[in-house]
Design a protein around this ligand. Structure first.
Ligand code: AMP
Length: 421
């Protein structure tokens, strides 16, 4: 396997899969440049080695050519961050892209138009829902052939391939996985990919103990696989957020109108944790309101009460971990040497119910400054740590939502496998 650190980029055109799927406002301006900013070290390294870059990425979920999702909108931000002119190829596999690639000089940066303007990128046929199964199968077969051609056209633009898009590494798309086969001796990860994989491996394979995971978010059903995998790895498991109520109910608590899912499943998890000697920490108190419908509309101006989590009034919902809970969790976190945090412990988007998540964030920061290694991952906990401006005070903030969870669950990510194989 090649490494970006030792690969000789001199005179080479590198086709790099980035994740420049950034949010845009109604004027098509980039409102959060984190993902582009994060790619700068990989870009600088290739240029410093004497190479040039053909950048490919997706933006949004277009179902064909869509002005709104054109990558030309990100050019001003990209030029500012890399400090040079970006050459734009308005069709990622068109004649112009071929001509541009032939003329490239070391230090040139060519940006290809949105890969997802082509169905070939994802390999999902864009057929009408009303199509018959036969028509759908035929479209799939046809697209498979076209996808090979698409991959070959992209690969034909370059001399080597770099994958630096961790956020899409769990997808077997043309640009994230299939293209790697065209560069058997010239494929490698970029710095974002290297950093992500190293951080997750450090936590999942060789954690310093005690190892504590905090899992939050709304639903237990979406986190079952990761909970089960963590039971084989951690010493302590803190379960907060919406998912905690199913466990409280499983233990005989009265949870009012708080979200609740499969109680039997929660009982099984608790039994398994006991058998595996994993200590489970659930909330003891909770911030409740009877005006929860207002909260889910984004209105925090509601009456709240702190309740014992095992005795929530019949007409109320628990929407945040209370102060006694976070104080108890803080003690566990301060004694931990490795911390993994995925999912907020309350409806943090609304300030009235952000206190529990803020307390957790502060405790993780304190534990980190005391020497613990902390990895924060999954869309919403990352959004929370950013909201509190504490992202630079933890060890690592992962950029991958689905990819991170799948990698932690032990699934071979197609984007990772394609480079390693
Ligand atoms: P997830 O995508 O499963 O990680 O869930 C994240 C969402 O869970 C966030 O939008 C939070 O607002 C929500 N959440 C956290 N705690 C609760 C709770 N107690 N009740 C309802 N939703 C919650």
């Amino acid at each position: 396997m090649q490494s970006i650190d030792s690969y000789n980029f001199k005179g080479k055109r590198a086709i790099v899969r980035f994740d420049f799927n950034v949010p845009l406002n109604e004027k098509f301006e980039v409102t959060d440049d984190t993902r582009i900013r994060a790619a700068v070290p990989t870009i600088k390294k290739i240029f410093a080695g004497g190479g040039s870059i053909i950048a490919m990425t997706h933006l949004g979920r277009p179902k064909g050519v869509t002005e709104k999702y054109s990558l030309k909108h990100i050019i001003p931000t990209l030029e500012k961050l890399i400090g040079q002119k970006v050459i734009f190829a308005p069709d990622c596999v068109g004649e112009e892209a071929v001509e541009l690639s032939k003329k490239m000089k070391p230090g040139d940066f060519v940006l290809l138009e949105n890969l997802r303007f082509y169905a070939e990128e994802e390999g999902k046929p864009r057929v009408d829902e009303s199509a018959t199964q036969e028509e759908k199968d035929a479209a799939k077969k046809e697209l498979k052939i076209k996808q090979k051609d698409f991959v070959n056209k992209l690969a034909g633009l370059a001399d080597c391939y770099v994958n630096d898009a961790f956020g899409t590494a769990h997808r077997a798309h043309a640009s994230t996985a299939l293209i790697a086969a065209n560069f058997p001796d010239d494929k490698m990860f970029g710095y974002i990919m290297n950093g992500e994989l190293k951080a997750i491996d450090k936590v999942m394979d060789l954690p310093e103990r005690p190892f504590t995971a905090i899992l939050g978010g709304s639903k237990v059903s979406t986190k079952i696989t990761i909970i089960k995998r963590l039971l084989d790895k951690v010493d302590n498991l803190i379960l907060g957020g919406g998912m905690s109520f199913t466990f409280i109910k499983a233990l005989g608590g009265k949870i009012g109108l708080s979200i609740c899912e499969d109680v039997e499943l929660a009982k099984d998890i608790l039994k398994e944790a006991e058998a595996k000697n994993v200590k489970i920490y659930l909330p003891s108190d909770v911030v409740t309101t009877t005006q929860f419908e207002e909260v889910f509309k984004g209105n925090g101006n509601v009456e709240t009460k702190i309740a014992d989590i095992r005795n929530i009034p019949d007409d109320a919902q628990g929407l945040d971990a209370g102060p006694a809970s976070t104080e108890a969790w803080k003690k566990v976190l301060l004694q931990s040497k490795t911390i993994l945090w995925n999912g907020p412990v309350g409806v943090f988007e609304v300030d009235t119910f952000a206190g529990g998540t803020l307390n957790i964030a502060k405790a993780v920061v304190d534990a980190t400054s005391g020497g613990a290694y902390s990895l924060i991952g999954g869309g919403d906990s990352v959004a929370a740590i950013n909201k509190f401006n504490l992202a630079d005070k933890v060890s690592y903030v992962s950029t991958g939502g689905g990819a991170l969870l799948e990698y932690m669950e032990g699934i071979d990510l197609p984007g990772v496998k394609a480079i390693k194989d």
